[in-house]
Design a protein around this ligand. Structure first.
Ligand code: GRF
Length: 187
């Protein structure tokens, strides 16, 4: 199997990146993590790129040219697929156009519910019964592309934001690899 060269975009902890790196070691997993891009030089996730010898690029989104830098590097590393994993910036229309249907994102809610930030506090305020995560294609609408996979759990009366985050992330570590397998199943 020829693995797809994949770039993971991060801004923070990078636990989903770490999980993907582990999965990508399996010969049957359809992607190879070939590049990591972070818009935050202090992102802890960069350590995983270093530790596992994956090239990484830091971008400064205040630079006028940052878009170009991203596109040039995606080309340089022959990237065919992009995975946003905790990347806290909106992806530009140009990048979406260049990677049409080849960018996915993991979001900590059952989309289309609770798009955007602060999902857990909003869920608790609304007294939701269920929580979970969604992997979806990225289009121009924030958290608005077609959903590939959702994973759900029931919210317990004692669940606070921290616990919800923990439970959600546990599901994310299954959802993201499963979504990738599903996408490339027939290719
Ligand atoms: C994840 O919970 C994801 O749903 C959200 O950002 C978080 C990133 O976590 N988009 P990590 O950086 O992968 O640990």
């Amino acid at each position: 199997m020829v693995k797809k060269n994949t770039c993971v975009f991060i801004s923070g902890q990078g636990s989903n990146l770490r999980n993907l790196i582990f999965h990508s070691r399996d010969d049957k997993f359809p992607v190879k993590i070939s590049l990591v891009i972070s818009n935050n030089k202090k992102a802890f996730g960069i350590n995983y790129a270093k530790k596992y010898h994956i090239p990484f690029i830091l971008i400064n989104t205040n630079d006028q040219n940052y878009e170009n830098k991203i596109l040039l590097n995606l080309k340089k590393y022959k990237i065919d697929f992009i995975c946003l994993a905790g990347y806290m910036r909106i992806i530009s229309g140009n990048l979406i156009k260049n990677f049409n249907n080849r960018i996915i994102n993991i979001h900590p809610s059952l989309l289309p519910k609770f798009k955007g930030l602060n999902t857990f506090s909003r869920m608790l305020k609304k007294k939701e019964v269920k929580a979970g995560c969604s992997v979806h294609y990225v289009n121009k609408k924030l958290d608005g592309g077609n959903v590939i996979i959702r994973k759900t759990f029931f919210i317990d009366v004692n669940d606070d934001e921290q616990i919800l985050k923990k439970k959600t992330q546990k599901l994310e570590y299954r959802a993201l690899p499963e979504a990738i397998i599903k996408i490339f199943r027939n290719s």
